[in-house]
Design a protein around this ligand. Structure first.
Ligand code: HEC
Length: 236
């Protein structure tokens, strides 16, 4: 249908008026969320005795999904450690005190050790740990070669015997000069890394492979992932 120019302009003008009118009316009644009365987090507030706008969470508040009620899984520690048990220590050649017993650390993995877990651990280990601990766990990573304090090798007797919970605890809370990796590595991945460290240890200690395979055969759960790694054909 033919329309002349002025009638089109008139229609546009009408439309614009309607839109502007609607918006103006809207502003009159609408109350946006960002406009509601509220306190700014750190602003002084006379209403509360402590004069803080920010209120503390009620005691025992837990964020959704953060209950973490499986102590073994989230801390690597046993539920009821003997209160009288003390960690044994020795002094190494450099004069450092080294802990040789871990009374409150769990001794078995709190999740199934599968080939996938060990693979995941290998990947995470190479990202987060290998840079210092070296690809084979000998404490000769590139950062150490450039001057960072040298960590102990995973293939010493003390760390071979250390329970899995100790490794988890070291990743979670750090150890001596090593800082915590809790932010970078989530709990399930920490266990994956521990499983991979056990596999690394087994590569230097064939007896451990035989022992843990025997244990896995008897109980169905492996103390080290060597059994899982060997029955699935090992590396790569
Ligand atoms: C920046 C270097 C660095 C990185 C990265 C690093 N570590 Fe360490 N780690 C060290 C040093 C140094 C020590 C020795 C600390 C001490 O005894 O004061 C150590 C010690 C350890 C120990 C031995 C604790 C003991 O009982 O003596 C374990 C186990 C360990 N690290 C695991 C890990 C794991 C797993 C990762 C990866 C998530 C990791 N480390 C990442 C530097 C590092």
């Amino acid at each position: 249908m033919y329309r002349n120019r002025s009638s089109i302009l008139a229609r546009i003008g009408l439309l614009a008026t309607v839109i502007a009118g609607t918006m103006a009316a809207g502003c009159g009644v609408r109350f946006d969320m960002q406009d509601q009365p509220r306190y700014k987090a750190y602003k002084q507030n006379e209403f509360f005795a402590d004069k803080l706008s920010t209120r503390a969470y009620p005691e025992g508040t837990v964020a959704r999904g953060r209950l973490n009620d499986n102590k073994a899984f989230y801390t690597g520690k046993i539920d009821n450690p003997n209160p009288n048990a003390v960690a044994q220590t020795t002094t190494d050649a450099a004069g450092n005190t080294v802990v040789t017993s871990f009374p409150d650390a769990i001794d078995e993995f709190p999740l199934p050790v599968t080939k996938e877990l060990v693979e995941r651990g290998r990947e995470r280990y190479n990202i987060y740990c290998g840079v210092c601990h070296g690809p084979g766990g000998n404490g000769d990573g590139m950062i150490v070669r450039r001057g960072f304090p040298r960590p102990p090798t995973y293939h010493e007797d003390r760390l071979r015997k250390a329970p899995v919970g100790h490794f988890f605890d070291v990743i979670t809370n750090g150890w001596g000069r090593m800082s915590s990796y809790a932010y970078q590595v989530q709990p399930a991945d920490r266990w994956a890394i521990v499983a991979y460290i056990r596999a690394l240890q087994a590569t230097q200690d064939p007896d451990a492979i035989l022992n843990s395979t025997a244990k896995a055969d008897q109980s169905g759960t492996a103390k080290t992932p060597a059994a899982a790694a060997t029955t699935h054909g090992g590396g790569k």
